[in-house]
Design a protein around this ligand. Structure first.
Ligand code: G1P
Ligand code: ZN
Length: 556
């Protein structure tokens, strides 16, 4: 017997979902009724009301997952939810969760993840609400969640319910109406990938080149290990011992940052060079980010989306099946390499603010097929989240395609060919983490007040400075103050913005981009090519003065 009770609660005033859900330290979520309040607030905003709704619920396996799964079940019973679809053990990558919402025509989903942030009792947890189209809840919904949370007075849930098991596939009914369906967590997603990519071609390429073409996938102890094993071992026939590393999901990600970049995936980077790996790839804790590299070649995410767009029609069957590529998009700080592909292919292209949610409207309107962010996010309109595994399979498909006419070509050759066609957009991001919030705001204010148009710094002449604003072409909504852009006459630029996902202090991001169409520069190392521009950016922004930092925490 399930007993529903209503109890009084005290509202919290800090439950404002950020760029990607509510992310806080586990300790914050463990405060009295903190998680319960937030889940209750979500129940109030479910489209069409919670009664009769279907939700997909799962997460990246991080510490505290089970406690929150149980709380969600307790509130679902009380709120009259008709059905919860739970991937076995509650494990689902964010893009696979997005797919499940779409495939099963669910009303929405609750994804339990803090993405690439570390996990564990003293680290981070996150709760994110996604809507019917499979994408993160838009701002009007997250604002409503926040408003409700600030004045919440009571909680209605099945507080004393015994723990519900979701480790076994099957269906169970709770209370009068709630059906809980536990499904295989990998099948649906792999089926989708099979519709998108040519698995036969990938498998036969890897088989034919098994002695020469080495693959290594780093699951970073996040959720994608389970998909990686299914794909690389079972579907593509590679040997588990050699093609996978850190593929078991762990609640604390092995104590590391599950963030695929040169800093946090250094073990993969080192192994690629040491073991002469041809194709190295990693994905973050919840599987939406990706990194691709090869021998002497690191694919910057900005280049990645441009290269994928260039080859999409020829190398990825999905786009042919869908009548072509319908528009491209990138986040504002992402380099403009993608724009060059769009121009050449005469495709519509968009520059949107940081955050995947801004791509959703364009995709729903059929105006964006492929998009990417410099923060290791790449994806397409097959789901409404960025998709790490998809990006990795896209690159593998490109390698297979290029090898048809250029046997032996690897990641390095594909990049160099791309630069020869389009020129090279050198790009780097400097992060200054846990900076004092007030100092970060002073820096932004300083940039807003700059009046230096026409002035030359170290050979770079300022052509324009603005605070990026975006008007959504579909719903007309306007997002202001999305980052300061300082642009130069030669097409170079730098951007400064504050992170919306940090859980401690302020994080300042400095993005630097320089275009070159001089072939003698294409093989230059990125930091070297950008050095003069970085000095100019630090000089103009006075970043070191405001933050007291003489070097960034992370360079990507
Ligand atoms: C960061 C990235 C952004 C990404 C977001 C969620 O947000 O910069 O591109 O969409 O994480 O993964 P930020 O911390 O910069 O607000
Ligand atoms: Zn993520």
């Amino acid at each position: 017997m399930v007993k529903v009770t209503t109890v009084p609660t005290q509202p919290y005033n800090d439950q404002k979902p950020g760029t990607s859900g509510l992310r806080k330290r586990v300790k914050v979520f463990q405060q009295r009724n903190y998680t319960e309040n937030f889940i209750q607030s979500i129940m109030h905003v479910i489209e069409g009301g919670s009664e009769g709704a279907t939700l997909v619920v799962g997460g990246d396996g991080r510490y505290y997952l089970d406690e929150v799964m149980q709380i969600i079940i307790q509130f679902s019973v009380a709120a009259g939810i008709k059905k919860l679809i739970i991937p076995q053990h509650g494990l689902v990558s964010t893009p696979a969760g997005s797919h499940l919402i779409r495939k099963y025509k669910a009303t929405g989903g609750i994804l339990l993840t803090a993405s690439h942030n570390p996990g564990g009792p003293d680290k981070d947890f996150g709760i994110k609400y996604n809507v019917r189209n499979g994408g993160p809840a838009p701002e009007n919904v997250t604002n409503r969640i926040f408003d409700i949370s600030k004045s919440l007075q009571q909680l209605t849930y099945a507080a004393d319910m015994p723990r519900v098991d979701y480790g076994t596939i099957g269906t169970q009914t709770l209370g009068d109406t709630l059906e809980i369906q536990v499904i295989d967590s990998i099948d649906d997603y792999v089926d989708l990938m099979k519709e998108i990519f040519d698995f036969g071609a990938i498998r036969s390429f890897l088989d034919k080149n098994k002695d020469t073409f080495k693959v290594l996938f780093d699951g970073m102890h996040g959720v994608t290990g389970i998909y990686g094993e299914r794909l690389f071992v079972k579907e593509f026939g590679l040997a588990k011992a050699s093609c996978l590393m850190r593929s078991t999901p762990l609640a604390d990600f092995g104590g590391e940052h599950p963030d695929p970049n040169l800093t946090y995936a250094h073990e993969l980077v080192e192994r690629v060079e040491k073991d002469q790996i041809d194709f190295g790839a990693a994905s973050d804790g919840d599987g939406d980010r990706n990194m691709v590299l090869g021998k002497h070649a690191f694919v910057t995410p900005s280049d990645s989306v441009a290269v994928i767009a260039h080859y999409a029609l020829d190398a990825i069957p999905y786009f042919r099946k869908n009548g072509g590529v319908h528009g491209l998009a990138r986040s504002m700080p992402t380099s403009r390499a993608l724009d060059l592909v769009a121009q050449k292919q005469q495709l519509e292209h968009f520059e949107v603010p940081t955050g995947w949610k801004f791509f959703g409207n364009l995709m729903d309107a059929g105006r964006c097929s492929i998009c990417g962010e410099e923060s290791f996010g790449t994806g397409s309109d097959h789901v409404r989240e960025k998709d790490g595994v998809w990006a990795i399979l896209a690159w593998l498909s490109i390698v297979v395609h290029v090898n048809k006419t250029k046997p032996g070509a690897g990641v390095y050759d594909i990049l160099q060919d791309h630069y020869k066609m389009y020129g090279r957009n050198f790009f780097s991001r400097y992060d200054y983490e846990e900076v004092d919030g007030q100092k970060a705001n002073e820096l932004m204010q300083h940039l807003r007040e700059l009046n230096i148009n026409g002035q030359t710094f170290n050979g770079f002449t300022v052509s324009e400075i603005d605070d990026f604003e975006y008007k959504d072409p579909i719903d007309g909504s306007v997002s202001s103050h999305q980052g300061m852009r300082v642009m130069f006459k030669d097409g170079s630029r730098f951007v400064v913005r504050l992170s919306g996902t940090g859980s401690q202090g302020a994080t300042i991001r400095l993005y630097v981009e320089k275009y070159s169409n001089d072939p003698s520069e294409y093989a230059t190392e990125t930091q070297k090519a950008l050095e003069p521009l970085i000095r100019v950016a630090l000089d103009i922004s006075r970043l070191e003065h405001f933050t007291g930092r003489d070097k960034p925490t992370v360079i990507t």
